[in-house]
Ligand binder design. Structure first.
Ligand code: J5X
Ligand code: AKG
Ligand code: FE2
Length: 403
C-alpha cells in the first residue's frame, strides 16, 4: 500500500490554492453570483467617520459614540503608530505571501488549529472560494517562525523581509541562507516586525477599549475597572489568546465583478484594528432605514487614508455594550491592477474571562440581552452558526427575567 506523505495530506486537506498569478479568467469555483446583493454607495455619499485621537480638546468620546452607534466602524488618525512601522509590516506581509506555494503550505493551518496559512475560516459557509489567501498568527511570531518553518532558524524569516529588495515579487528568487549567520545587512526579521507591530497594536487597542467604554457613559475609573476584571488588564498575559494577527492577500483579479476577496462577515472580536495599506477594497454595510418595516442597506467603500487605521466593532463588543454598539458587517472586494494586502489585529479577552453586558448599561427597563461567553466559546459557536452566532447567545425572555 502506498501511504501519502505528510505534505500530500496537508495539501489534500487544504486543496491547493488557486495559482492566482497565472489565471486569465475567474474559474467557476471562484465566481460569485451575488456580489451586488446591495447597491454600492457613490463616492459622494455618506463616509465612514474619521476620528483624530490626538485632538484631545475636541469631543472625541462623542465622535466615538456616534461612529460606533451608526456605523460600527471608523478610521483613526493621530493614533501614534509610526508610519515606518506600517510600511514595514506591509513589506513583511507581502514577503510572506510572495513565498512559493510549497513553502506556504508547510505552514498550512491544521484543520483544528487557529494559526497558519490558508483560506479564511469562514470559507466553509460559502459555496464559492474567495480571491484571497491568509496567514493567521496567534501567539508569538517567534514561536511561529520555529513551528511553521521547522527547518529554518527563526531568523531565516529575514529573507522575505530584506530592505535591499524593493519588490516583494522578486523575493522568492533570492538564494536562501544556509544558516542565520549569513543574514544580510538588514537586521530586521519578519518576526521582529510582526512582534513590534503587535505591541503597538496592543497599546492602541487598550486605549481605544478604554475610550469606547467611556463613550458608553462609564467614568474613567469604571472603564479602568471593567478592563481590570477582564480583557485589557494585566491578566491578558496569563490569559493567553488575547489577540490574533490576520494577514490577508488579495491578488489582482482579471474580473473583479465576479470575484470576492473576503465574503461579508462580522468579526468575532471585541474590536479589530485593520491596516489596509493604500489599496481600496474594504466595504462596510451601512443600514440605512431600520424601522422594522423598511430596512435597506448599501455597501460603502472605506477609502485608504495614508497612515490611518480602521477600527471595527466586533461581536463581543456588541455583547459588552448590551447591543448599543453593533458589530459591523464588512467585506473586501478585489481589483484588476494592484495586489492588495491587509493586516488585521483581532482583539479579544483572555481565554478564561467571560464577556457579558456591562452592569451599568443594564437596568430595570433594560435587562441583559446576551448571556456571558468566553472568547473560545464564542469562536466555536461562530464556527458552527456563522451569522446566526450572535443571536444564539441572546438570553431568552424567561432567562433574563430570572437574573
Ligand atoms: C480570532 C479569530 C477571529 C477569526 C476566527 C479566529 C481566527 C481567524 C479570524 C478570521 C480572520 C479573517 C476573517 C475571519 C472572519 C475568518 O475567517 O478568520 C476572522 C474570524 C472571525 O472574526 O470570526
Ligand atoms: O482586507 C480587508 O479589508 C478586510 C479583512 C477582514 O475583514 C478581516 O481580516 O477580518
Ligand atoms: Fe473582518
Amino acid at each position: 500500500m502506498i501511504m501519502p506523505t505528510a505534505s500530500e495530506l496537508i495539501s489534500h486537506h487544504h486543496a491547493h490554492p488557486l495559482d492566482f498569478e497565472s489565471v486569465r479568467e475567474v474559474p467557476d469555483s471562484h465566481a460569485w453570483p451575488d456580489l451586488h446583493d446591495h447597491p454600492t454607495a457613490s463616492a459622494q455619499g455618506a463616509v465612514v467617520p474619521v476620528i483624530d485621537l490626538s485632538a484631545t480638546a475636541t469631543n472625541v468620546l462623542e465622535q466615538l459614540a456616534r461612529a460606533c452607534e451608526s456605523w460600527g466602524a471608523f478610521q483613526v488618525t493621530g493614533h501614534g503608530v509610526p508610519p515606518g512601522l506600517l510600511r514595514r509590516v506591509e513589506v513583511a506581509a507581502r514577503g510572506l505571501f510572495a513565498l512559493p506555494t510549497n513553502r506556504k503550505l508547510e505552514a498550512a493551518r491544521p484543520a483544528d488549529g487557529v494559526s497558519g496559512y490558508g483560506r479564511a475560516r469562514i470559507s466553509c459557509f460559502f459555496p464559492k472560494l474567495m480571491w484571497s489567501e491568509g496567514f493567521t498568527i496567534a501567539g508569538s511570531p517567534l514561536d511561529h517562525a520555529r513551528t511553521l518553518w521547522p527547518d529554518d532558524d527563526p531568523l531565516a524569516f529575514w529573507y522575505v523581509y530584506d530592505a535591499r529588495v524593493p519588490t516583494p515579487h522578486a523575493l522568492h528568487h533570492l538564494p536562501r541562507p544556509s544558516n542565520a549567520a549569513e543574514k544580510p545587512c538588514c537586521d530586521t526579521t519578519c518576526s521582529d516586525v510582526i512582534e513590534e507591530y503587535k505591541e503597538e497594536m496592543k497599546q492602541l487597542a487598550r486605549k481605544l477599549m478604554r475610550m469606547m467604554l467611556m463613550s458608553l457613559g462609564l467614568t474613567e475609573v469604571e472603564a479602568e475597572a471593567e478592563a481590570e476584571t477582564g480583557w485589557i488588564g494585566p491578566r491578558d498575559e496569563a490569559g493567553g489568546m488575547s489577540a490574533v494577527l490576520q494577514m490577508n492577500s488579495y491578488p489582482v483579479c482579471p474580473d473583479p465583478d465576479r470575484a470576492m476577496g473576503m465574503a461579508a462577515h462580522t468579526d468575532s472580536t471585541l474590536l479589530t484594528l485593520l491596516f489596509q495599506s493604500n489599496t481600496s477594497g474594504l466595504q462596510v454595510l451601512q443600514v440605512v432605514g431600520d424601522n422594522g418595516r423598511d430596512r435597506t442597506a448599501r455597501w460603502v467603500t472605506v477609502p485608504p487614508m495614508p497612515g490611518a487605521l480602521i477600527v471595527n466593532v466586533g461581536d463581543l463588543f456588541q455583547i459588552l455594550s448590551n447591543g448599543r454598539y453593533r458589530s459591523v458587517v464588512h467585506r473586501a472586494v478585489v481589483n484588476r491592477s494592484s495586489h492588495r494586502v491587509s493586516v488585521a489585529y483581532m482583539c479579544g479577552p483572555p481565554a478564561a474571562s467571560k464577556v457579558e453586558p456591562i452592569g451599568k448599561l443594564v437596568g430595570p427597563g433594560c435587562g441583559p440581552v446576551y448571556r456571558p461567553v468566553t472568547w473560545p466559546e464564542y469562536l466555536s459557536v461562530k464556527g458552527k452558526l456563522f451569522d446566526k452566532a450572535l443571536a444564539s447567545v441572546m438570553r431568552t425572555q424567561a432567562s433574563s427575567e430570572h437574573t
